[in-house]
Design a protein around this ligand. Structure first.
Ligand SMILES: [Zn+2]
Length: 434
């Protein structure tokens, strides 16, 4: 067999239901995986690039199901504030001043940070999306991009934003060798009225793409919505016919039992953002119960202005610990579940499970190598425990996305990391003076 890249002599956690493979190997041809198994059986595979991954563990690239990557530029500008004040007084006024160039560099920086932490695919909702797509294409990462749509009492604005979003989807869906897929991102039921939400749903159905929305994030949001409409956001959205299996709902922290039934009944996908929800004082989502109900739950960081990182390795740990603390039960959210939510489960949440999320022949080659030769990762009795509870983003050594080496020995190979870091520093300083 011929391959382009052969990763050998590592532990392979394939996330395909099999136990970890010791002395494993992964062969990649073009953008696809062609072999996953014992290294000894890969002996006759000829490959142009051979990676001796002794002392490392290979796993599918991590999937971040909800973020706003260009907000790297706003990291640290508004701290220790509740969501509503944070959004209205700090974030929205600055976001109004962002240009395409700002977003392009903010995206590059965020993608570099994600790759350096083992994230190979993310779902984003933001503005200036063409600039984002250009950055994503250059860095070589995989993404689902939802142009944000907000009306806030101005219906014409909402419709114009939806029209632009549809045009973006028509331009970019399936582009960058298939690494970019489009979604439509009506921001939330408190910023978009029912007509706009349903128009967005019709367009998404016509295009065969996902809707990406914020739901039930803060106590105040939910309380205000209930007072205004006499029902919860989920009851409201079910009534108007918005919900379905191609709806990605971010947060879902403040849920009633009935809301959880509605989510399960309509096959709504959920992005659990443990760190952002904790930092903004929004609470801890009932992620374990949703999982028990059979709901597809993925892990996410949310934007780097409310986290303040895009670190999915850290999110693995938080996702597990917070659930155990919430339910006062160490058996909930076990290792396998939390790793699944960050890989194959996350892929399901984005509708990409046929392409990514596990290491299997025929799937796209999104593979990361974590270097276990570190004091804080020694000894390795249970490799999944090592990854979830002990590893750090900085332990990720090598990242392959779509069959292309984008990081090797922690060096980014597709863009100039230092130049991007300096430029984004300049841009964010300038942004605060505008
Ligand atoms: Zn968000």
């Amino acid at each position: 067999m011929d391959a382009d890249i052969l990763v050998e002599n590592c532990i392979v956690v394939a996330m395909d239901g099999r136990p970890p493979i010791t002395d494993g190997a992964i062969a990649i041809k073009g953008d696809k995986i062609v072999y996953v198994g014992k290294a000894e059986k890969a002996g006759d595979i000829k490959a142009e690039t051979r990676i001796d991954a002794r002392g490392m563990v290979a796993l599918p690239g991590l999937i971040n199901c909800h973020t706003h990557v260009p907000m790297t530029l706003l990291r640290g500008i508004a701290e220790d504030q509740p969501l509503e004040k944070w959004l209205r007084e700090s974030i929205w006024p600055i976001e109004a001043k962002l240009t395409d160039e700002d977003v392009y560099y903010g995206t590059l920086l965020g993608c570099i940070e994600m790759i350096k932490g083992g994230t190979t695919c993310f779902a984003d909702m933001y503005f200036h999306v063409d600039a984002m797509a250009k950055a994503i294409e250059e860095v070589g990462i995989r993404a689902a991009i939802a142009p944000g749509i907000i009306e806030l009492g101005f219906p014409e604005t909402g419709i114009a934003m939806l029209e632009d979003a549809v045009k973006f989807a028509e331009r970019w869906h399936g582009k960058a060798e298939g690494r970019i897929v489009a979604q439509l991102g009506p921001h939330a039921p408190y910023t978009c009225g029912p007509e706009l939400l349903m128009k967005a749903k019709q367009e998404a159905e016509r295009l065969g793409i996902f809707l990406h929305i914020h739901l039930a994030e803060s106590v105040k949001e939910v309380k205000d919505f209930n007072e205004k409409h006499g029902k919860t956001e989920f009851e409201f959205l079910e009534e108007i016919g918005f919900l379905g299996p191609k709806v990605l709902a971010a947060h879902c922290v403040q849920l009633t039992d009935k809301d959880m039934e509605i989510i399960s009944k309509h096959g709504v996908k959920v992005a659990y953002n443990p760190t952002s929800n904790a930092k903004l004082g929004n609470g801890i989502a009932r992620a374990w119960e949703l999982h028990q109900l059979g709901v597809d739950v993925g892990l996410a960081t949310d934007g780097p202005a409310s986290n303040n990182t895009l670190d999915m390795v850290e999110t693995l740990r938080w996702a597990a610990l917070l659930q155990k603390a919430k339910y006062r039960d160490p058996t909930v959210m076990p290792l396998d579940t939390v790793l699944e939510m960050a890989t194959i489960g996350g892929a399901r949440v984005l509708g990409l499970e046929g392409e990514v999320g596990s290491l299997e022949p025929g799937k796209k080659a999104d593979v990361i190598l974590i270097d276990l030769k570190k004091p804080h990762l020694t000894p390795v009795h249970n490799v999944k425990a090592t990854i979830v509870y002990s590893a750090k983003a900085s332990d990720v050594d090598t990242v392959i996305i779509d069959g292309r080496l984008v990081m090797r020995n922690r060096r980014i190979l597709t863009v100039d990391e230092e130049a991007v870091r300096e430029k984004t520093g300049e841009i964010s300083r300038d942004l605060m003076q505008r």
